[in-house]
Design a protein around this ligand. Sequence first.
Ligand code: KE4
Length: 426
Amino acid sequence: MIYKRSSTLFAAAEKVIPGGVNSPVRAFKAVGGTPIFVKEAKGAYLYDEDGNTLIDYINSWGPMILGHAFEPVVNAVIEKAKKGTSFGMPTEIETEIAELAVSMVPNIDKIRFVNSGTEACMSAVRLARGYTGKDKIIKFAGCYHGHSDSFLIQAGSGAVTFGSPNSPGVTEGTAKDTLLANYNDLTNVEALINANKNEIACIIIEPVAGNMGCIPPLDGFLQGLRSLCDANDVLLIFDEVMTGFRLAKGGVQELYGVDADIVCFGKVIGGGLPVGAFAARNEIMNHLAPLGPVYQAGTLSGNPLAMAAGLAMLTTLNNDVEVFNRLAEKTEYLHKGLAKVLDKNNITHTINRIGSMISVHFDAEPVIDFKTAANGNNETFKTFFHGMLNQGVYIAPSAFETWFITDALTYEDLDKTIEACNTVFK
Ligand code: KE4
């Protein structure tokens, strides 16, 4: 594959945009090489600026669950744009998508739309603090909830006391209110709660983790979190920015039968336009301004174009009872095919999969948390990434990411992907 034009475009971008990208993960820092500049996309395929066609397993990091340039979404945006692009005033379509989302997701009465997953998770934590009157939060190592200060935290010196910043610009004052737990480790969570009695407002978690590769919760983990929260007057926030409307209509709450107190959304809910959202029962959401004292706002929140895209996406998913089964079947087929060729080529690996989320780890041990995810052989991953890319298969440029399967993928695409993996390692 030739990437001459992408290289030229990247050099120009680096002059006027920090690192040449508007989001760091796009810069290929974890795998090396020049980021690919995409010209357009349709269905399961990306068409880059050098004329290469790539089978896409990133799908804008999740939103394109029905494929790129999905006609009902595109047409809805075009029609809506002709009537104006933003008003800063309430519009009917915001109510329409809110009613639909509330009907699809269990255990929520109201939803507030924002412009990103970061905003959704940041606002959900503020709401939890405002509702409980408590300051501290628990998050999990390896879980990503966006770039709000409270989330850019690593384990502090005293593991059960407080966190410390993992980015310049985050203050010690902020970090002290974030506690870091180990994913899939209820004992650790309980120790944190007991060491900070009556100080913890919420636990925020990716109920199926997607930012250290794909890591499903071990049996009983989510149920255990729910019990710990109930016993200690702590709110449970499910960050379903990745999993919402992807793993099931009702997301992980439906899939595992565990109720969160607040649920965060992003990606799929916006159909590829900038939309995040957070939702909960009335008793919690009614604490939000202008009803209640917890302030949260946004000029472009509920933007009509974004709502049109999201409504078209959710309507299609809501009306297609088989879509989530098709996605899971395609992902299982891919899993089995990749495992077969990696075994055939004696490549040590483990593959995590749930629904239409999958990740390949070059390590023999089960990957169940950030520590085990970090054991993967990154040199093998880099070989895998570039080897697949050179054969027209675009996977996530980091071992700490998940692949997102789109229903636009055909079984022929999956076979090409499996064969490309075989070619890399044979
Ligand atoms: P955004 O602010 O990027 O819309 O959403 C933040 C976020 C929150 N919660 C979860 C579970 C997420 O996965 C994300 C964002 N995911 C990354 C991919 N790992 C987005 C890609 C990027 O940062 O460019």
